[in-house]
Write a protein that binds this ligand. Structure first.
Ligand SMILES: Nc1ncnc2c1ncn2[C@@H]1O[C@H](COP(=O)(O)OP(=O)(O)O)[C@@H](O)[C@H]1O
Ligand SMILES: [Mg+2]
Length: 362
């Protein structure tokens, strides 16, 4: 099939790399020839321009997107002519932190207490209800910890509200977590579901730096709970494709943080560490193919993000159990340029490998 992707970044690039062996073709919407997907398919200009999007729609048998910030109106228009997966409901819900949390509450999925904020007075009221510490976030468009203010003291109210630049925001109670986890799953057009194991994520300055897959010492009941939350969300949104839920592991069990209606950085390990990668499974799902097995190929996998600078890649290339994935991007501060996947058969082997790659970690 011909797959059209709204966006042309590294996620689209990795979708294409996994989709070509299945005999699919790819087209991307993007503006410049130096985007990560540019050499992996036809490039059609600008995402939000109705005329230009037409050429991508003409090309494609099915359309997907790389970002939850994709314009819902554009997706609704396109859907009249060609299927878009995941559908409008998934996109509309996950691009707004308030709608996302309302859905968690509706489905009895635990999440932080929250209140929407559109003025300084709203923030005062919200702080009174929720208490401190709390995190003020823009309702939409945030990523890599951008658009967030951690409030510890009521004296910070004016400063915190000012930092939101007047946009609709959400105050969330601070969750005391032990670890950050995520779960990735895929749902097919035939309503089949497949789940990847919970993974553990470590962030630095708001950016994901490191994932361990599967997360170690997870009680099977905790995996089951995560899958139950996931299934409830997939079915409620009639979601087709990959869905990711970011979770906090707390003393009282799992607490949902946010969702992404797409392949996710915390699933990049699956390219080398699972029988079927998240990218291939997303492609299979949206093209109506049977879903692939999600079982890890090794007991210990890890993913290290390459951020800002490419670094000593020969170290990676000289290791038998490390795999380099670069995205064809220019070096720039805080930019995701690639990642390294490590596969190991013991904790000791994993630790040893991570030690060799310490130059890539903050
Ligand atoms: N309510 C919260 N309590 C504690 N930590 C939080 C909370 N919300 C976010 N964080 C921390 O900030 C990081 C980024 O927040 P997140 O909501 O995931 O935004 P982004 O869209 O930038 O990923 C999280 O991975 C977590 O470390
Ligand atoms: Mg997040």
């Amino acid at each position: 099939m011909k797959i059209g992707v709204l966006g042309a970044g590294q996620l689209g690039r990795m979708m294409a790399i996994s989709g070509y062996p299945l005999n699919h073709q790819f087209g991307f919407s993007g503006n410049s020839s130096d985007e990560p997907s540019a050499l992996l398919g036809h490039m059609f200009a600008l995402e939000d321009n109705a005329d230009n999007i037409k050429y991508l729609v003409d090309f494609a048998d099915v359309i997907t997107y790389e970002s939850e910030n994709t314009n819902v109106e554009v997706v609704r228009e396109i859907s009249k002519n060609v299927p878009v997966y995941p559908g409008e409901k998934s996109l509309f819900t996950t691009q707004h932190r308030g709608r996302e949390k309302a859905l968690f509450n509706q489905l009895n999925i635990p999440c932080a207490p929250y209140q929407m904020v559109s003025s300084e007075q709203d923030l005062i009221d919200a702080v009174n209800t929720i208490g401190l510490p709390a995190i003020l976030k823009t309702a939409t468009e945030g990523y890599d910890g951008k658009g967030q203010f951690l409030m510890r003291n009521i004296s910070e109210i004016t400063e915190a509200w000012k930092s939101m630049n007047g946009v609709e925001s959400i105050l969330e109670g601070f969750v005391n977590f032990k670890r950050e986890l995520s779960v990735i799953a895929v749902r097919g057009i035939d309503n089949n579901h497949k789940y990847y194991p919970l993974v553990e994520n470590t962030h630095h300055d708001g950016i994901l730096r490191f994932t361990i897959a599967p997360a170690q010492n997870i009680d099977p009941t905790v995996q089951k709970t995560a899958e139950h939350y996931m299934q409830t969300l997939l079915d409620e949104m009639d979601h087709i494709g990959v869905l990711t839920i970011e979770l906090f592991e707390t003393e009282n069990g799992l607490v949902a943080n946010e969702m992404a209606p797409r392949v996710h950085n915390s699933g990049h390990w699956s390219i080398d560490g699972a029988n079927t990668s998240q990218f291939e499974n997303h492609v299979r799902a949206i093209t109506g193919m049977p879903l692939g097995d999600t079982t890890p190929t090794h007991s210990y996998c890890a993913m290290i993000n390459i951020i800002s600078k490419i670094g000593p890649t020969n170290t990676v290339l000289n290791m038998p159990n490390a795999h380099l994935h670069l995205y064809d991007k220019e070096e720039r501060a805080n930019r995701k340029l690639g990642h390294i996947n490590i596969t190991a058969n013991s904790q000791a082997e994993l630790d040893e490998s991570i030690k060799k790659l310490k130059d890539f970690l903050p």
